[in-house]
Design a binder for this molecule. Structure first.
Ligand code: 16G
Length: 243
């Protein structure tokens, strides 16, 4: 006979009580409304400033609150819902009512090795492009995107990307290549100082990294891309069906 598992009663850390209290307050407020200050919460809940700060920081990281230097902490706007689709950033933005753009941060030819060579099906030390772009929607920085593509497959790509902000547009118009399928994965990371500065958040803030490995209809790999999004601003949605 097996013993019945005993119910686990997790011990709630003190800051979590403060967090729950704040979540209740947030539910009653509109986006943009101020929440009580650190000092007010410390007095009201008879707890330490450190405890209050931890609760506030977690809610900022989760995108429920937003901190404005010098003016306080406010209820955040709802997250932007971004669909998982086999389309380009430009098309996804348009479908959601935004105008997409890109700022080219880096564009270079590197010798492919390791994962990049494998993903792009290149001989080790063949040339690959490393293209880093800041992606913006309505001029608001949304993601830092690093793309790798084969130089042999797309000669002159960097020149074209200096003129148009859509990689997929260039691939279709100039090279007659359309990525039709992809494997996409999502994982979390903490923002580095550089990503934080580019995306207007704090170093260490939670980020979502989307990786896309895309292919042409015949299975030829097209690109290997990693996109860093602010975890507090975006919610990714996939539509699943059995059909
Ligand atoms: C998306 C894709 C990226 C692709 C880009 C093309 C993800 C994670 N990334 O951002 O792989 O290169 O769209 O967009 O979905 P563009 O044509 O606007 O440059």
């Amino acid at each position: 006979m097996t013993a019945a598992a005993s119910p686990i009663e997790p011990r709630e850390p003190k800051y979590y009580l403060v967090k729950r209290h704040l979540l209740e307050i947030i539910e009653t407020l509109e986006p943009g409304a101020p929440v009580p200050t650190e000092r007010e919460l410390t007095v009201e809940l008879a707890t330490s400033r450190t405890t209050v700060r931890q609760a506030l920081s977690e809610l900022v990281g989760e995108g429920r609150l937003i901190r404005r230097q010098g003016s306080g902490t406010f209820v955040a706007e709802p997250k932007i819902v971004w669909p998982f689709q086999m389309t380009s950033f430009t098309e996804q933005a348009a479908a959601n009512g935004f105008v997409a753009s890109a700022k080219l941060l880096a564009a270079e030819r590197i010798r492919a090795s390791g994962e990049i060579a494998t993903r792009l099906n290149l001989r080790s030390s063949a040339f690959a492009y490393r293209i880093e772009r800041l992606r913006l929607a309505d001029d608001i920085p949304m993601a830092v995107e690093t793309s790798h593509l084969s130089v042999a497959a797309f000669p002159g790509l960097i020149k074209h990307l200096r003129q148009t902000s859509s990689l997929y547009r260039v691939l279709a118009d100039v090279y007659d290549v359309v990525p039709v399928s992809a494997e996409e994965s999502i994982e979390t990371a903490a923002a580095s100082p550089r990503e934080a500065a580019l995306l207007g958040t704090d170093t260490g803030a939670p980020m979502l990294i989307l990786s896309r490995h895309s292919f042409e209809i015949d299975g030829t790999p097209v690109e290997w891309v990693r996109s860093w999004y602010r975890g507090d601003r975006y919610r990714f949605v996939a539509h699943l069906s059995t059909a």
